[in-house]
Write a protein that binds this ligand. Sequence first.
Ligand SMILES: NC(=O)c1ccc[n+]([C@@H]2O[C@H](COP(=O)([O-])OP(=O)(O)OC[C@H]3O[C@@H](n4cnc5c(N)ncnc54)[C@H](OP(=O)(O)O)[C@@H]3O)[C@@H](O)[C@H]2O)c1
Length: 285
Amino acid sequence: MAGSFVLLEGGPVRDHVYADLASRIQRLRSAGRTPTLATLVVGDDPASLSYVRGKVSAAARLGIDSRQEHLPADAGEPAVSERLDAWNRDPGVHGILVQLPLPPGYDTAHIQQAVMPSKDVDGFHPMNMGALALKGFEPLFVSCTPAGVMRMLHFYDIVIAGARAVVLGRSNIVGMPMSLLLTRADATVTVAHSRTRDLPAVCREADILVAAIGRPAFVSAGMIKPGAVVVDVGINRVGDRLVGDVAFSEVREIASAVTPVPKGVGPLTVAMLMHNVVVAAERTG
Ligand SMILES: NC(=O)c1ccc[n+]([C@@H]2O[C@H](COP(=O)([O-])OP(=O)(O)OC[C@H]3O[C@@H](n4cnc5c(N)ncnc54)[C@H](OP(=O)(O)O)[C@@H]3O)[C@@H](O)[C@H]2O)c1
């Protein structure tokens, strides 16, 4: 595959998403329906605070309004539910985001169900996840990171239908919805995880390999089918550097296309969140 390598950068895809959203946001604002995202942070996890700041400032740049609530770690579930109920009832709030992880002691699944499905812009509500899994149903929202990966694959004209895809990781927020989206797009999908036997051989079957395990540089050249497309969802802090789940420099020698970390999938997660907020606001018309 020498000479045909493609670096799957997220920036151009994000710009494409934002260019489409700009006119839609303009229309909504002119109609007095400014798209509004409400964010809830519980506790003082620095990474969570920084992620929410990033989302709020991306929203502001696009003309999406934000409401923010920051509760102390010991606020308790009734206080969280009360805040979410108020936003569920507020017609001026179109999307609600509860930043994860919640501090120890909170029932994450229970809190995710407290966001009404029509404002669940993270796509984590079991009704939205269930609809994604079921033929004949359409989720109101799809989880942002896997939705961003699909945008990436379409943007770079990667053929999905009929491809063998391997999704490494089966989490609720990335691996599982990723495998469902690829299945919906007619790939033949294998989900691999920490109990998978002979993982390298499974990965070498993949025309499209999506790595979402949270293990720095875990996916080596020996796990790649020549010419495969490799999507690295991992974000791991190693010293002062961000490293993906893929050993980029060796894998790029074998693959036909790889996403970098940073500047690959990362920017698309926020872009798809903004997309979901705009869709939520449009539905209120
Ligand atoms: N780009 C973005 O915007 C974005 C968004 C979300 C997450 N991420 C990153 O994506 C990565 C995954 O996130 P997550 O939330 O899905 O993580 P997670 O909830 O910790 O799930 C990790 C998954 O990887 C599997 N796994 C772990 N070690 C493995 C190994 N050695 N071999 C095979 N499978 C293994 C686990 O298997 P079991 O199920 O068997 O335990 C699990 O299914 C992290 O680096 C995270 O920071 C990035």
